[in-house]
Design a protein around this ligand. Sequence first.
Ligand code: NAD
Ligand code: UD1
Length: 341
Amino acid sequence: MKILITGGAGFIGSHTILEILEHTDWTPISLDSFINSEPRTFDRIKDITGTEVKNYALDLRNLEDCRQVFEENEFAGILHFAALKAVGESVQKPLLYYQNNIQGLLNLIDLQMEYGVPHHIYSSSCTVYGSAKELPVSESTPSGQAESPYGWTKVMSEEILKDIALSSESLNVLALRYFNPVGAHSSGKLGELPKGVPNNLVPYITQTAVGVREKLTIHGDDYETRDGTCLRDYIHVTDIASAHLAAMKHLLEGKQRAPFDFINLGSGIGVTVKEAVDAFIKVNQVHLNYAIGPRRSGDVAAIYADNTKALSVLGWKPIRDLDEMMRSAWKWQQELGRQSL
Ligand code: NAD
Ligand code: UD1
């Protein structure tokens, strides 16, 4: 049974391919243009599993190019990870983000419908909740808000998918709203490798500890949280990956009641930036150069998930804790050394 993974060379897509190879008999086929990743990811996957994964190095913005993928394979379902995700860059280049994330999605759905692929798991984000008033956020918390063009592409994509699924006889869509995926595969041979200067906290921490960056800046310590730094819900990328297997099985077994649904994927635990930094230092026994700086625009003070729907609907719950996230992220950075993309 073939499953199409768009963005299979990326951080979450590659870890999901590993989970598929390690725990199912499905054949993952990737479509990734490498706009934010590198072909070596597939060598790393082969090192770990012994399996060579086929990737089509195509851009989803070009529908006719991507037709080849559907002509050559019959898919049981699609895991759609491919998108651009840098919040700050999306403010500078909104057209790029709308073209890539929205046009890419429209083309994919167009092909999916034409070739009769029934199941679609979509990578959404907690960003659709905007600045929520009550915590933790559950799926009944009002959504449809965003603070950036990137965030709007997630809100719009969910709306597009909902409209199309509701009007279709045959399409089932499940949007998974990730909180903050971090960490790396337990082997230390696969992890996150952002292009350029990382925006996200954990790669910035590990690159600073290894000496690629001089100093981590904590963006603000005057928020209304227990230590003044922002609070987030960090979740191990392998737990996120395993949720995709549960989600795809849920669709394949015909268990989703409505054509469109959405589920939070978080640990359910709020951790401040300062606590995350302290956990990294303690668990890895390394020095980290950091200082408090001003707030970063667009940051919400605090957000974490109510993840009970994922347990009740998918039977999924995260099993890896913050220490494991920090340990695996550091193991991966040591494997990389000072290499950055
Ligand atoms: P990533 O950048 O590591 O992976 C995305 C992959 O998609 C990259 O390999 C990139 O080359 C590819 N890609 C992008 N646009 C493409 C296009 N038009 N055609 C073909 N390939 C294309 O990102 P990630 O962290 O793995 O995120 C995966 C998904 O999860 C994204 O949709 C992202 O918005 C979403 N998400 C990520 C986070 C996070 O913090 N990492 C949080 C919430 C949601
Ligand atoms: C953001 C988006 C999320 C998106 C994700 C992918 C929001 C609310 N969230 O997550 O939807 O999917 O990016 O890129 O828009 N921090 C520092 N110093 C640093 C880096 C980060 O202090 O050098 C802090 C940030 O201020 C924040 C926390 O660490 O409080 C986490 O930041 P980050 O990893 O960038 O994730 P989010 O902004 O939560």
